[in-house]
Design a protein around this ligand. Structure first.
Ligand code: TRP
Length: 465
């Protein structure tokens, strides 16, 4: 059986943008910007996306397109069986992320419907508290999962590509429309100031904290570290410029994040809701609660949560597809059976997360970050030290001058700079997690040891042959 491929290059880019644009952009990104120095943060964030996010994304895409396999099989195809465990980690990360993501997707689905009836308008706080976890949350998680299943079941080109080709422009249009509309609301002007004010002083005083926050966001929002972009890139069948596609994906992703902020903050100001802290509570309680006071309140609610729903769904399908690709490639499953199997898995894990706030928080706040960071670190070390020249060749394949000019800098970013950075944040994060604070110099030593150790091991292996 021939392997699935994208029908067009644009289809691939839109699918990847659909994966990238999700809850990370709509809720986390505007908040990070607003609370970290406004447009000063935005500038720094763009730099981090270009220097850390895009190289990381391209590293995953290089592995995917070169191997044309799923995250585990990719290492077989590239003659490095001993790295398969890394692919296993990517699948694990996929399970962790989608298990909680699907619960949030369920909440959003419910709010889209509840907006039509105005169910939460009177008492938003009590409404959210009543539905966030428990049997009802399981029910809506299952509905969201079914929507994901339906798209993935229809196939790579006729399901994922077709759906995201409609959804991504839909997200832009609807959000663009909302952004224009909120600008006409009285009192909205303060929102732009809060969002885009230039606070260089804040940035200077907290540079490292802000840098780490920006880097974490850059990786999550670009969907790297779970093999989703690897899998999507494995369905590319023409050798066109990965650099161009990767940069375009990152630019569109950032632009849609900025657009979300241009809806949220003016809206909050016009509702006279002082922006408090971010997080799901603020989306479902603060903002949603304010909808009741707007003209066309129900319509606004449906459109707003409808857009968020599209964004969440187009992200969920990319994570789901990772596991489907694995079953299809490695175990010869037909797509329908693979989809059923993966759906069954998430039926269990997502329902557990929908019943248990502590499991949800373990997945969303702790495990996801760890698993994504470790996996991406491994992917990049593999690219840099095992693929080496082949990675550069794949990076340049089918691309023009810009790719040839950037291939060396990219290579050093992927082999050395970004891994050092990831290992550093990983060690610091692990220290905090187990309650043993790690100092910056200690973390730096470990980071250098990890990258240096990989380099030495790779050389040593390469020698005898
Ligand atoms: N990028 C998506 C967001 O911002 C989430 C997401 C989709 C993701 N696929 C992923 C995150 C894979 C990590 C890995 O909401």
């Amino acid at each position: 059986m021939t392997r699935a491929t994208w029908r067009t290059r644009l289809g691939f880019v839109l699918a990847a943008v659909g994966s990238a644009v999700g809850l990370g952009n709509i809720w986390r990104f505007p908040w990070l910007t607003a609370t970290n120095g406004g447009s000063a943060f935005l500038l720094l964030y763009v730099v981090v996306v270009l220097l850390v996010g895009v190289p990381g994304l391209l590293g995953e895409m290089v592995i995917g397109r070169r191997s044309r396999r799923n995250p585990i099989g990719a290492f077989d195809a590239l003659g490095a069986r001993q790295w398969r465990v890394l692919g296993g980690l990517a699948l694990f990360a996929s399970v962790v992320v989608l298990s909680f993501y699907s619960v949030v997707g369920g909440w959003i689905l419910r709010y889209t419907a509840a907006s039509a009836t105005g169910a939460y308008f009177g008492a938003p706080q009590a409404y959210f508290a009543a539905i966030d976890f428990g049997p009802a949350a399981v029910g809506f998680h299952v509905l969201f999962l079914l929507a994901t299943v339906a798209v993935v079941y229809a196939g790579v080109d006729r399901g994922i590509e077709l759906a995201t080709t409609v959804m991504v422009p839909g997200i832009v249009l609807l959000f663009g429309g909302l952004a224009v509309w909120v600008a006409t609301l009285p009192g909205s002007a303060g929102g732009y100031e809060f969002y885009l004010s230039l606070d260089v002083g804040y940035l200077r005083a907290n540079f490292f904290d802000v840098l780490v926050a920006a880097a974490g966001q850059a990786l999550f929002t670009l969907s790297v570290g779970a093999g989703a972009m690897l899998t999507y890139a494995s369905y590319i069948d023409e050798d066109r410029s990965l650099v161009a596609d990767g940069t375009l994906i990152a630019v569109l992703n950032t632009a849609i994040g900025v657009l979300a902020g241009l809806v949220i903050f003016p809206l909050l100001y016009s509702l006279d809701l002082p922006p408090g802290s971010g997080g799901p509570g603020a989306l479902f309680v603060g903002l949603a609660g304010g909808f009741a006071d707007l003209p066309f309140s129900r319509l606004v609610g449906v459109v707003f949560f409808g857009v968020v729903l599209l964004a969440a769904l187009s992200s969920a399908i990319s994570i789901f597809e990772v596991l489907v690709a694995y079953l299809v490639d490695e175990h010869g499953f037909v797509r329908s059976r693979a989809v059923a199997g993966v759906g069954g898995l998430f039926l269990v894990t997502g329902s557990a997360a929908a019943m248990s706030p502590s499991l949800f928080s373990l997945l969303a706040d702790t495990l996801a970050n760890l698993a994504l960071t470790v996996t991406l670190l491994g992917f990049l070390l593999f690219c840099g030290w095992v693929l080496g020249r082949d990675a550069i060749a794949e990076y340049e394949l089918g691309a023009g001058r810009i790719a040839r000019l950037t291939s060396r800098p990219w290579y050093y970013a992927v082999a050395v700079v970004v891994p050092l950075f990831l290992a550093f944040t990983l060690v610091t994060g692990l220290g905090t997690l187990v309650g043993v604070p790690v100092s910056a110099p200690q973390a730096a030593v470990v980071a250098v040891a990890v990258v240096g150790g990989t380099a030495v091991a790779a050389r040593y292996r390469a020698e005898p042959a």
